[in-house]
Write a protein that binds this ligand. Structure first.
Ligand code: ADP
Ligand code: MG
Length: 693
C-alpha cells in the first residue's frame, strides 16, 4: 500500500461520511459541526449506524468514548457493540445507537474532580465532540468526547478548550466585522505542537526504578560526554531510531495525524516530531494520540520513550512548542502580515489584542506550562525562563512603535542573504529572525509558545491563548462599538494598548541575567515554580475573565487549581519515596560492599607492613554516613509534607522536600563516581544515553 493511501484509513472522516451517509444526513452532520448545534436524534442514529458498519468491516467489536480527564492523559471504557436481539430470545446483535454515540455515562469517582463531584454522586457524562473524527485504535472505535459531571461541570481538559474556541469564534467574528471584514463567519485557532522526546533502550529503562515510577532519573552522575559537541542535533538518525520513526509515522498517518518533521534534538538520545497544524481541538487530540503511539511503538522496538520534561540532569529537557495562529472560515491566516504589515490594519489590531492579552494574563500562560516536571526545565538555560514575555522581531516591533508614536513607518530594506555558492538560491532574510530564547515568539505568521513541557496536555495552553485573546478582542470591540468616530477609536486603542502593555515585548536574549533584572524593573511576574504560579489561578481578575466568556465557572476554576496542586504534591511524593528507596535498598548497600573491600585490602596491606591508601576508604565512608543522614532528613521532610494538603503541602514539597532530595542526590552522585562499576547496581547516564544504535 502506498503511503498516501495509508493516510486516515483508521478514521471515520469526511470521505467515509460522504460515501456512507445519505446526502441529507451528511448535510445535517456538516451543519452541526459548523454551527455547534446539537444533532437531531434521527441524524445521530444514522451516523452511529454508518460508523458501526464501517468499524465492524474492519474487524472492530467494541467502541469507547475517548476522553481527557484532568490527569492530562486520555481515558477510555470499552463497550461491545453487542445488544439484545429483539427477534430471538437469548440471541444478540451488533448495534450502536445515536444515543450511545452522543452521550456516555461512566463512573467518574476515580478521576480527579477537585471537589466538583462527591464520591456518592459518582456519575459523569461523556459527550461526543463531532468536530473531531472518530477513529480505530486497539481494534476499538474511539469517539472523541468531552467529560462532565451530572450538572454539566467540566471534569476534563477538552470542555474548557471547546468553550474557549467558541469564545474566540464569537469575539473574533465580532471584531473583524467592526474592522470592516464583514464576510467572515467564523474564526478559529490552529495549532501545531512540536513534540520532543527521549528514546532509550528498554532494558536500561527497566533497570531504573526512578524512570519506571517517575519518568525521570532521580540520581545519576553526568557521563563524560553529554551534548557538549553539539554532534547530535540534526545528526544522522541511527538505524534503530529510524525504524522506530518509520513505524510511528505509519501508525500516526493511519490515525489521520499528519506527522511531518522528524529530527534529532540537542541532547543525546533526544528527538522531535512535528505535525502539520490543525484546528486546536483536533491538534490536542492528535498530540495525545502521538504521545500514546510513541510509547507503544517504542515498546515494539524494545525501546522506551521518555516524555518527561527533564529525564536527565545536565543535558536539555524536552518541551512541546505550541505553534498557535488564528484562521477564518475562508482559510485566511490572521497573523499573516502580508507584504506591507504597516498598512494591514486588521493584522495590527489583532497583534495588539495579543500584546494586551499576554501582558494582562502572564500568570495564566505561566500556569498553563506549570507542572512538577516542567519546573526542572524552565529557567534552566535551555528553555525559556519562567517569566513570560513576547518576541515580535525588529520589523514588527518597528511597525508597532510607529503606531504607538503616531508616525509613519520607514521600511527596513529587505536584504538578500548571499550564501557564497553560486548554485544555491539567494533568499530574502526572514523579517522575523529566530529567537529561540523567547517564551512566546512571533515566527512570521504564527506565535510559538515555547514554555509547555513535553508531557503536558496542550489543551491548557490553547484554552488560555484562545480565551485571553478573545477577552482582549471583546474589550476592543466594546470600545469601537461605543465610539462616535470608529476609525479614530481604532487608532487610539492601538496606541493605548501599546503604551500600557508594550512592556511585555522583549526581543533580546531571555536567558541572560540582564533580562531577569530588566523584567523585574518592568514589573513582569516572576513565577518561579508551580506552587507560586498556581497561587494566581483564582485571582479575581482571572475568575472574572473566565466566567465572562463561559470557559470556566468560578467553581470549575477552583477545582482545577486543587487538582493541579494535588497532582504536584503526588508527583513529588512519589519522587521522594522512590529516591529514598533507591538509596536505601541499592545505593547504600552497593557502597557498603565497596567499603568492605577497601577495608579488607587495607587490613591485608597493613598486615604485610605495606603502606595503605586510607584516603579513599575515608572519603567513601564519610559520604556513606552523610548519605544516611540525608535520607533520614528526606523522610522527615516528606512526613512533614503529608501532614498538610493543597497549597500548604505544595509549599513544604517545594521548599523542604526538593532541597532534601537535591542533597541526597548530590552525595549519591559523588558516590557513583567513586564506586567501581561492579558494585553499582544501576545503569549510568553513559549507559542509558548511548544505549541505542
Ligand atoms: P518553524 O520552522 O518556524 O518551526 P514550521 O513550518 O516547521 O515552522 O512549523 C512548526 C510547526 O508550526 C509545525 O507543526 C507547523 O505545522 C506549525 N504551523 C505552521 N503554520 C501554522 C499555523 N498557521 N498555525 C498553527 N501552527 C502552524
Ligand atoms: Mg519551531
Amino acid at each position: 500500500m502506498i503511503e498516501s493511501k495509508l493516510f486516515a484509513t483508521k478514521v471515520f472522516g469526511d470521505e467515509e461520511m460522504r460515501s456512507r451517509l445519505t446526502p441529507d444526513v451528511y448535510q445535517a452532520m456538516h451543519m452541526c459541526k459548523t454551527s455547534h448545534k446539537p444533532l437531531p436524534l434521527e441524524v445521530a442514529n444514522a451516523v452511529a449506524e454508518a460508523m458501526k458498519n464501517w468499524a465492524v468491516e474492519q474487524g472492530v467489536t467494541h467502541y469507547t468514548h475517548w476522553f481527557q480527564p484532568m490527569t492530562g492523559i486520555t481515558a477510555e471504557k470499552h463497550e461491545a457493540f453487542l445488544d439484545l436481539d429483539p427477534a430471538s430470545e437469548g440471541g444478540a446483535i451488533f448495534a450502536f445507537t445515536g444515543k450511545a454515540l452522543i452521550k456516555g455515562e461512566s463512573d467518574a469517582s476515580s478521576f480527579p474532580s477537585g471537589g466538583l463531584r462527591a464520591t456518592f454522586e459518582a456519575r459523569g457524562y461523556t459527550a461526543w465532540d463531532p468536530t473531531s473524527y472518530a477513529f480505530i485504535k486497539d481494534n476499538t472505535l474511539c469517539i472523541p468526547t468531552a467529560f462532565c459531571s451530572f450538572n454539566g461541570q467540566a471534569l476534563d481538559k477538552k470542555t474548557p478548550l471547546l468553550r474557549s474556541m467558541q469564545a474566540l469564534d464569537r469575539e473574533g467574528v465580532r471584531l473583524l466585522h467592526l474592522l470592516g471584514n464583514t464576510a467572515v463567519t467564523s474564526v478559529f485557532s490552529t495549532v501545531g505542537a512540536e513534540q520532543e522526546y527521549f528514546l532509550i533502550d528498554e532494558k536500561m529503562y527497566r533497570a531504573r526504578p526512578d524512570l519506571v515510577y517517575t519518568g525521570r532519573t532521580l540520581l545519576g552522575s553526568r557521563a563524560p560526554k553529554g551534548q557538549d559537541l553539539d554532534d547530535h542535533y540534526y545528526g544522522a538518525i541511527k538505524p534503530r531510531v529510524a525504524a522506530f520513526m518509520a513505524d510511528l509515522d505509519r501508525e500516526l498517518w493511519a490515525l489521520g495525524v499528519r506527522a511531518k518533521t522528524e529530527h534529532n534534538e540537542v541532547a543525546p538520545a533526544q528527538h522531535e516530531l512535528a505535525p502539520i497544524f490543525d484546528r486546536a481541538n483536533v491538534a490536542t487530540d492528535h498530540n495525545q494520540l502521538t504521545m500514546e503511539m510513541m510509547r507503544k511503538v517504542a515498546k515494539r522496538h524494545n525501546l522506551a520513550c521518555l516524555l518527561h520534561e527533564k529525564p536527565f540532569e545536565g543535558i536539555n529537557g524536552s518541551g512541546k512548542h505550541n505553534n498557535w495562529s488564528l484562521s477564518t472560515d475562508a482559510g485566511v491566516n490572521l497573523f499573516d502580515p502580508g507584504t506591507c504589515p504597516e498598512d494591514n490594519l486588521q493584522f495590527l489590531v489583532i497583534v495588539c489584542a495579543v500584546v494586551k492579552a499576554v501582558d494582562t494574563y502572564q500568570d495564566l500562560l505561566r500556569i498553563a506550562a506549570a507542572s512538577a516536571g516542567n519546573d526542572h526545565r524552565l529557567s534552566a538555560a535551555e528553555a525559556p525562563p519562567a517569566v513570560v514575555s513576547m518576541f515580535l522581531g525588529d520589523e514588527l516591533t518597528g511597525v508597532l512603535k510607529a503606531v504607538e508614536e503616531n508616525r509613519s513607518y520607514s521600511k527596513r530594506a529587505r536584504c538578500d542573504v548571499e550564501i557564497g555558492v553560486k548554485v544555491l538560491p539567494r533568499f530574502a532574510v526572514d523579517t522575523s529572525d529566530r529567537n529561540r530564547t523567547s517564551p512566546f515568539a512571533f515566527t512570521g505568521n504564527k506565535f510559538e509558545f515555547r514554555m509547555p513541557g513535553a508531557a503536558c496536555s496542550i489543551a491548557d495552553a490553547n484554552t488560555v491563548l484562545n480565551t485571553i485573546v478573545a477577552d482582549a478582542m471583546c474589550d476592543f470591540s466594546d470600545r469601537i462599538e461605543a465610539a462616535e468616530d470608529r476609525a479614530a477609536c481604532i487608532k487610539e486603542l492601538m496606541r493605548d494598548t501599546l503604551r500600557k502593555h508594550g512592556r511585555i515585548i522583549y526581543n533580546g536574549n531571555n536567558y541572560s541575567a540582564e533580562w531577569s533584572q530588566e523584567a523585574a524593573a518592568r514589573g513582569l511576574l516572576q513565577l518561579t515554580d508551580t506552587p507560586t504560579a498556581l497561587a494566581h489561578l483564582t485571582d479575581p481578575k482571572n475568575v472574572k475573565m473566565y466566567a465572562k466568556h463561559g470557559v470556566y465557572s468560578p467553581e470549575e476554576l477552583e477545582a482545577s487549581r486543587e487538582i493541579l496542586l494535588d497532582n504536584y504534591n503526588k508527583t513529588l511524593h512519589i519522587e521522594a519515596v522512590t529516591l529514598a528507596d533507591m538509596v536505601r535498598r541499592d545505593v547504600l548497600p552497593s557502597v557498603l560492599g565497596y567499603i568492605d573491600e577497601l577495608s579488607r585490602v587495607e587490613t591485608q596491606l597493613k598486615s604485610l607492613g605495606l603502606p595503605a591508601d586510607g584516603e579513599t576508604l575515608k572519603e567513601v565512608n564519610d559520604l556513606y554516613l552523610a548519605e544516611m543522614q540525608y535520607v533520614k532528613a528526606l523522610a522527615v521532610a516528606v512526613s512533614e509534607a503529608t501532614a498538610y494538603q493543597g497549597a500548604a503541602a505544595a509549599d513544604v514539597y517545594a521548599h523542604r522536600v526538593i532541597p532534601a532530595m537535591r542533597r541526597v542526590r548530590a552525595v549519591a552522585d559523588d558516590l557513583e563516581r567513586l564506586t567501581p562499576a561492579k558494585y553499582w547496581r544501576y545503569p549510568t547516564y553513559g549507559d542509558i544515553l548511548f544505549s541505542v544504535e
